[in-house]
Design a protein around this ligand. Structure first.
Ligand SMILES: [Fe+2]
Ligand SMILES: [Fe+2]
Length: 201
């Protein structure tokens, strides 16, 4: 079960289909960031014993996804390069409380929501993309991202009382959905549903 407070607007999917190369390039960066995020937690919380193996395994999987996404880019003749990210990650980070133990719970739950949204968007892409290989690529990855969502929720429950975790998730999920309702200037894996009228990619 993905604990998300909204379903992706079909307008996002329509836009993503028009700009699949942009979305795939952003996706490659997202996989690398997902690995980096897990590693950052390992560096910041060496004393949180429960985190170590699950996040090491998760980081490894995300790096493998990064490599697979690079291969898809290459197959499509798209150069891997820098790209302006969506505001999503930065906006979510502002929701993380500064003091422990709330900070760790928030970091884990924000990661859980990002994984859930990635999974949900990959599902939309897998359903909408006509090219079998790319559709299959997303269908294949989304099961992993659903599992990562659960890993982060479980780790939050090991770090705090599960009722506290559920309450905080019930606050963060609508906040994540609200961030995705903000108009975005370009289409990305986690961008808002519609660009402002004058924007190009
Ligand atoms: Fe991934
Ligand atoms: Fe993931």
């Amino acid at each position: 079960v993905l604990r998300l407070a909204s379903r992706t607007d079909p307008a996002w999917t329509a836009l993503a289909l028009e700009r699949l190369d942009d979305v795939l390039l952003d996706h490659a960066h997202c996989e690398k960031k997902a690995a980096g995020g897990a590693l950052r937690l390992l560096f910041q919380y060496p004393d949180a014993r429960a985190l170590q193996e699950p996040l090491a395994a998760l980081a490894r999987e995300e790096l493998e996804h990064f490599e697979r996404t690079l291969a898809e880019l290459q197959r499509r003749g798209v150069e891997f390069r820098r790209q302006k990210p969506s505001a999503y990650g930065g906006r979510l980070r502002t929701l993380v409380r500064g003091r422990e133990p709330e900070r760790l719970v928030d970091l884990l739950l924000v990661s859980a929501l990002i994984e859930a949204r990635s999974c949900e968007r990959m599902q939309r892409l897998a359903e909408a993309i006509e090219e079998p290989q790319l559709a299959g690529f997303y269908a294949d990855l989304l099961a992993c991202e659903a599992r990562h969502h659960q890993v982060y929720v479980d780790l939050a429950c090991e770090s705090a009382d599960s009722q506290v975790v559920a309450r905080r998730l019930a606050e963060l999920a609508p906040a994540e959905a609200a961030i995705l309702r903000e108009p975005a200037p370009f289409v990305r894996m986690h961008s808002g549903s519609a660009p402002p009228p004058s924007a190009s990619h």
